[in-house]
Design a protein around this ligand. Structure first.
Ligand SMILES: Nc1ncnc2c1ncn2[C@@H]1O[C@H](COP(=O)(O)OP(=O)(O)OP(=O)(O)O)[C@@H](O)[C@H]1O
Length: 668
């Protein structure tokens, strides 16, 4: 922090015009602080609102705050380790949402929910000055007006609503007098990108029922028009407004053909939807590339009885009629408040043109939740296509996902293959284990996500599709980005909403989940639990999450005598659990444990060797795991489905582990 006197002299000299070093925006802000607001740089008088005042300010935020907080989450993941926290302030400069940096040493305690950061109160500061000038603002250490604040740095960017008025400010701040200026500049860029993304999210969400024309311009934020079926412009992003000279009164009145030269003949919306097209802005020599997306509710394959569905009345009838019962969103939410909140955010983003990234341990229900979202959305009439990036050999991912034309390569089928992306047109594509997507294909996937276009191998024909992508992984994607094995821009493109699903041990509604599962398991309604069995279930740590719980319950229903499940039927003791959920054990012990079939449980769990280091224990567990895989493969006679069932793991985990243990050839 600067000495108060020194800082005061600095401010005074700059305002009097004696300092040639000060940038104009800062001098102008300091002058406002001194002359207009009569603030004293040596005495910061910051204001925190009462909870009642805060409630009023939060209500004054003219948009859905849950979308903004989900965005903050994604931003914080990208800059983790930098010591910055992320905030949303409303248009009055009051912080109404916060996501804290894990690096609490640099936490800016003045930047908390309820703090007022208008320039009139906080002097020159990121949020207040950005709001004053309606422009992104970086306030680095001694840029602050108050001497007390010169140990902190903030990067702030205002964001605007779909009708062009300012909604609030994204703010990233750190309490770190040693933060390098260059690093802070990068954070400033991130704040601006976050603000742009928020604008885009709110715009797409507001105009989701309209056609959406995106103009490809070399600008940071996209130029998008929302247009009605008569080509009237009903909405435009800030960038579209400034580039094409459109203001609010023109909305709903001006035709697209008053902005662009009309294409020959009578262009239909369908013509524009089918591919990337070129349009020439009126009075300009250069053409621009545009792409048009259909409204979310216009699904050509939707039967008439469903076409009138609105977002309040979601389409439900397209659930698969046969086979597996689809778990509902209400069942996914259970009674867990965190899960309920997650689902609320996901429902808002789903179908808005943004993609979704689901994180969470294996078996927490990422696949199940995605299916539920699909079948309770307006895409329900469209296809649900799941693609597991780790279950398909690397060499086949390209052709399987993006498709190929007949005879495109040696061994290709004569008819060709549309590819999973095209199959998912007008529906949902679930990209499971996205962390395993090979790097070179990540580039292709990114291109598709940006343009919604695919060109099947060997066909040369571009096909535009309308696909909601949900990507999922149990891996630490952030670490993969840092290690250079996952593209940062792809992460960002996928992260329209990033939601981390809680593990079963973190959930507060285990008994509800048990009750739900019992309704889904054959004969589950014919048994009850003894008190001791229920106690054992509730106190188990469930390393295998819901999948493990389901397996345990299914088996217990079969083993229960006289319709009552006792602790012995649960077989929760380590030796009888599938290998992947064993605690660390000496190799011999684990090797001798069979992968299936009931056996008398030992009195107590076998302890890990007292002096084994983490490395030793890891390799012992690894070895045990490999042995168990070999045993299961042998016992199942190479039947993958039986093997997976025996091991009690997901198909994705099965293939991942096969690869990890070098057993790939044994699986085919
Ligand atoms: N809310 C729920 N209610 C009942 N069963 C559920 C629920 N969520 C998940 N399950 C069941 O748990 C098992 C694992 O779920 P799912 O495959 O969705 O998890 P996942 O996170 O996608 O796993 P992985 O990362 O291993 O692919 C499945 O058998 C599924 O039916």
């Amino acid at each position: 922090m600067l000495a108060t006197d020194d800082h005061f002299r600095l401010v005074e000299k700059a305002v009097l015009g004696d300092s040639c070093k000060s940038s104009q925006w800062r001098v102008a802000s300091w002058a406002r602080c001194l002359h207009d607001y009569k603030l004293d740089p040596s005495r910061a008088e910051l204001v925190d609102l009462t909870s009642r005042e805060l409630r009023t300010e939060a209500e004054a935020f003219d948009a859905d705050i849950t979308l903004a907080t989900s965005e903050l989450e994604a931003t914080l993941m990208m800059i983790e380790g930098g010591g910055y926290s992320a905030h949303i302030a409303n248009r009055n400069g009051v912080i109404i949402a916060e996501r804290k940096s894990k690096d609490s040493a640099f936490y800016c305690s003045t930047d908390r929910i309820g703090a007022v950061w208008s320039e009139e109160v906080g002097g020159t500061n990121g949020i207040g000055t950005a709001l004053k000038n309606l422009t992104p603002t970086s306030v680095y250490l001694s840029d602050h007006f108050y001497a007390d604040l010169t140990s902190q740095a903030c990067a702030s960017a205002p964001f605007f609503g779909p009708h062009g008025d300012v909604l609030g400010v994204v703010n990233l701040s750190t309490y770190n007098p040693g933060v390098p200026q260059l690093a802070h500049r990068v954070i400033f860029g991130v704040a601006q990108i976050t603000a742009d993304r928020l604008e885009s999210i709110y715009f797409r969400n507001t105009f989701r029922k309209e056609y959406m024309l995106t103009v490809n311009v070399e600008q940071r934020s996209p130029a998008i028009f929302a247009i009605d079926p008569d080509f009237r412009i009903v909405g435009a992003t800030r960038n579209a407004r400034s580039l094409f000279g459109i203001d609010e009164p023109a909305m709903g009145v001006r035709s697209l053909w008053a902005v662009f030269e009309k294409i020959r003949g009578n262009p239909t919306l369908d013509y524009l939807c089918d591919s990337l097209r070129e349009l020439r802005p009126l009075g300009s020599g250069n053409v621009v590339e545009v792409s048009l997306r259909r409204p979310i509710s216009v699904l050509t394959s939707m039967p008439p009885s469903l076409s009138a569905a609105t977002s309040n009345n979601p389409v439900k009838s397209a659930r698969p009629k046969f086979g597996k019962k689809v778990t509902t969103l209400a069942e996914c939410a259970g009674d867990d408040p965190q899960m309920g909140q997650n689902i609320e955010v996901l429902q808002k983003v789903f179908g808005s043109g943004l993609h979704v990234l689901l994180l969470g341990e294996t078996g927490v229900g990422k696949d199940t939740l995605t299916r539920a979202l699909h079948y309770e959305s307006e895409r329900a009439a469209g296809p649900f296509v799941a693609f597991n990036c780790s279950a398909i050999p690397e060499t086949l991912i390209d052709s399987e996902l993006f498709g190929y034309s007949g005879g495109a390569f040696t061994g290709a089928s004569k008819e060709g293959n549309a590819g999973r992306i095209v199959e998912a047109d007008k529906g949902t594509l679930f990209l499971d284990e996205i962390g395993d997507m090979p790097l070179q294909l990540q580039t292709r996937l990114l291109r598709f996500l940006e343009t919604q276009e695919v060109t099947p191998l060997g066909s040369g024909k571009v096909r535009t599709v309308d696909v909601q992508v949900v990507a999922a992984t149990h891996q630490d994607l952030h670490a993969r980005v840092a290690a250079g094995t996952f593209r940062q821009d792809l992460f960002y493109r996928l992260a329209g909403a990033v939601v981390t699903l809680s593990s079963l041990r973190e959930r507060q509604d285990l008994s509800t989940i048990i009750a739900n599962l019992m309704t889904q398991i054959d004969d589950g309604d014919k048994v009850t639990f003894s008190e001791r069995a229920m106690k054992a279930l509730l106190s188990h740590s469930w390393p295998g999450n819901i999948r493990e719980l389901r397996n345990v319950l299914t088996r217990a229903v079969k083993l229960a005598d006289n319709g009552v499940i006792e602790p012995k039927d649960l077989m929760l003791t380590p030796v009888r659990m599938p290998p992947l959920v064993l605690p660390p054990q000496p190799p011999l012990q684990a090797q001798s444990a069979p992968a299936s079939g009931p056996a008398p449980a030992p009195e107590r769990p076998v302890p890990a060797p007292a002096r084994a280091g983490t490395g030793m224990r890891k390799s012992a567990t690894n070895q045990a795991e490999k042995e168990a895989f070999l045993a299961a493969l042998e016992a199942s006679g190479g039947d993958i489905a039986a093997c997976i069932k025996m091991l009690g793991i997901s198909r994705a985990t099965f293939y991942r582990k096969l690869k990890q243990h070098g057993l790939t050839s044994a699986s085919r």
